[in-house]
Design a binder for this molecule. Structure first.
Ligand SMILES: C[S@@+](CC[C@H](N)C(=O)[O-])C[C@H]1O[C@@H](n2cnc3c(N)ncnc32)[C@H](O)[C@@H]1O
Length: 470
C-alpha cells in the first residue's frame, strides 16, 4: 500500500520504500530514464510509494525451446573450440547454466569471450535495424527504482519506441512481432543478462558468459568477471573474462554471486528470483544476508529552511530525496543519519544553515547536533518504521509460518521472502533508533565539540582552567 511517513513534528517525510518502489509525484517518470529521475538534483519530490509487487516483472528465461543442439551450434557459431572450453552450457535447475567439465581451481579462467561475439550497441547500429533505431539510448544501465516504476518506465519506453521507431518502419518491425509483451520480455532479458561494466553506452550481451547462474559465494566480494582491454594490435580486442570464484568439481554447476550487496528485493526485480538457500526452513529463517529495505528520505517542503537544506544537500551530492539501502546488522548508514539531521534541523540549531557554514555544515551534522535534533531524528524514524511495519498485510510471524508451511506458487514465495526481509530490516532499524533514543544523554553534541575544539573543555568534559603564563 502506498504510505507516506510523517514525523510527529511533521517535518520528516519518510516514504516507505520496500524494494525502492517509488514513482514521481506527477507520475512523470515518462520518457526520462529512472536514472535521470533519481539522479537529478531537486527532482520532483517523491510523493508516492507503491506497494511491493515483486512479481509483476519477471525476467525468467524461457529455455523450453533450447535444445542441446542449439547450445552446440551457438558454441560453433561463436568460433570457440568446444574442447578448449572448461565449462559447458547445459540444462540445470534454473534454465541453462554452466557445468564444470573438469575440476576447477578458484581464480582459474573459465571463459574468454572476445568482443566480436558480443551483441553491443555497435552490433545493433550495423544491423538491418540500425538506421531505424539511430539516436536511441541504450537501456539496462539504470538502476530502476521499483517494479511498478520499472513497468511504467517500460510501458512509456515502448510507447515512445512505437511512435519513433516501430510505426515509421513497419517493413522492418512487423507489428505482430514487436508487441508490448515482446518488448517487456526483451527488456527483462536485457536487464537480467547484462552486468557492469558492460552497461550504459558499453551495454553488451555476452553469449556463453550470460549462462552463468547465481549462487552465494563466500569470497572477497570481487566480481568474477572482468573486462580485459585489447591493445588493438594484431587484432587483439577487448574480451570478457569469467573466472572461477571458488573451486568446483567436475560436473558441478559453476555459479557466481550476482552481487553480495543485492538484497532479495533487488534480485527479484532484476532477475526474477530470490535466494532460497538449500537448507532447512529453520536455517533459512535465521539467514538474513539478503534482507534489505530501501528507505527514501525527503527534505520537507514548506519548511522555512527548505531552500537552505536543499542547498546543503546538493553541495554534498544529495538531492531533495535520497534512497538509502539498509542491510541487516549494520545500523543506519552514516550519510543517512546526517541527511536525517539536516531534514529535521530546526529551532536554535538552524544557525548551522547560515551561509557562513555552507562549506562545513555537513561535517558538523555528521555528528549529533543537539539533543533536540537527535531526538527529532529518532522520533521521525520510529514513527516511520512503525507506520511501515503496520502497512504490511501480514506480520513477520505470519510470513514465517507461510514459508514454513511451504508455498507452491514461486511468485508468491518470492514476494513473501522479499517482504519478510524488508520487515526484518525495519524491525531492526526500529530497535536501533529505540536504543539510540535511550542513549541521548550520553552523546556529545555540537556545542561541546566546539568548546573542546577551542580548548575550553578537556577530554573529561571539564572546563579548562585559565592558565596564566608568567
Ligand atoms: C544471466 S541468466 C543465467 C542463465 C539462465 N539460467 C539461462 O537459462 O539462460 C540470469 C537468469 O537465470 C535465472 N537464474 C540465475 N540464477 C538463478 C538462481 N539462483 N535461482 C533461480 N533462477 C536463477 C534467472 O531467470 C535469471 O534472470
Amino acid at each position: 500500500r502506498p504510505r507516506g511517513w510523517r514525523s510527529s513534528k511533521d517535518v520528516a517525510k519518510i516514504l516507505r520504500g520496500g524494494t525502492s518502489l517509488r514513482i514521481s509525484r506527477n507520475h512523470e517518470l515518462g520518457s526520462r530514464s529512472p536514472a535521470e529521475v533519481s539522479g537529478s538534483r531537486r527532482a520532483p519530490a517523491v510523493r508516492q510509494v507503491i506497494a511491493r509487487n515483486v512479481s509483476t516483472v519477471s525476467s525468467d528465461v524461457d529455455v523450453s525451446n533450447h535444445s542441446s543442439e542449439d547450445l552446440e551450434s551457438l558454441i560453433s557459431r561463436l568460433g570457440i573450440s568446444r574442447e578448449a572450453l572448461v565449462v559447458k552450457p547445459d540444462r540445470v535447475q534454473h534454465g541453462i547454466g554452466l557445468i564444470a567439465k573438469r575440476d576447477l581451481r578458484k581464480g582459474e579462467e573459465l571463459l574468454n569471450v572476445p568482443k566480436k561475439n558480443w551483441i553491443t550497441i555497435e552490433t545493433v547500429r550495423n544491423s538491418p535495424i540500425g538506421k531505424a533505431v539511430e539516436g536511441q539510448r541504450p537501456w539496462g544501465s539504470q538502476l530502476l527504482g521499483s517494479t511498478l516504476a520499472f513497468r511504467e518506465y517500460v510501458q512509456n519506453e515502448f510507447e515512445r519506441i512505437r511512435s519513433e521507431v516501430l510505426a515509421p518502419n513497419m517493413a522492418i518491425f512487423d507489428p505482430s512481432v514487436f508487441t508490448f509483451e515482446a518488448f517487456s520480455w526483451a527488456f527483462g532479458i536485457l536487464r537480467s543478462r547484462t552486468f557492469a561494466p558492460l552497461t550504459g553506452e558499453d551495454l553488451a550481451l555476452v553469449p556463453l558468459a550470460d549462462f552463468v547462474n547465481h549462487g552465494t559465494i563466500e569470497n572477497d566480494g570481487k566480481p568474477s568477471w572482468e573486462l580485459r582491454r585489447g591493445s588493438g594490435l594484431f587484432g587483439s580486442q577487448d574480451a570478457l573474462i569469467l573466472k572461477a570464484p571458488r573451486d568446483f568439481k567436475a560436473g558441478q554447476e559453476v555459479v557466481m554471486d550476482y552481487g553480495a550487496e543485492k538484497g532479495n528485493g533487488q534480485l527479484a526485480l532484476e532477475y526474477g528470483f530470490v535466494e532460497l538457500p538449500e537448507m532447512d526452513a529453520a536455517a533459512f529463517l535465521q539467514s538474513r544476508s539478503r534482507d534489505n529495505f530501501s528507505l527514501t528520505l525527503e527534505i520537507p517542503e514548506g519548511d522555512r529552511f527548505t531552500d537552505d537544506k536543499l542547498d546543503v544537500a546538493e553541495i554534498n551530492g544529495f538531492g531533495a530525496s535520497v534512497s538509502f539501502d539498509i542491510a541487516p546488522g549494520q545500523g543506519p548508514p552514516e550519510d543517512m543519519l546526517t541527511y536525517l539531521r539536516l531534514m529535521v534541523l530546526d529551532g536554535p540549531d538552524a544557525f548551522l544553515l547560515e551561509a557562513l557554514f555552507r562549506a562545513s555544515v555537513w561535517g558538523h551534522i555528521s555528528l549529533p547536533v543537539s539533543r533536540e535534533n537527535e531526538e527529532a531524528v529518532c522520533t521521525a524514524m520510529l514513527d516511520g518504521c512503525r507506520a511501515a511495519v503496520d502497512g504490511y498485510s501480514t506480520t513477520i510471524d505470519e510470513d514465517v509460518r507461510m514459508l514454513g508451511a511451504g508455498i507452491d506458487d514461486p511468485r508468491l514465495q518470492m514476494a513473501v521472502v522479499a517482504r519478510l526481509g524488508e520487515k526484518r530490516v525495519l524491525r531492526e532499524l526500529q530497535g536501533w533508533f529505540e536504543a539510540h533514543l535511550a542513549r541521548l544523554d550520553q552523546l556529545e553534541y555540537y556545542a561541546e565539540r566546539r568548546l573542546r575544539d577551542l580548548g575550553l573543555i578537556d577530554d573529561k568534559g571539564y572546563m579548562t582552567p585559565w592558565v596564566f603564563k608568567e
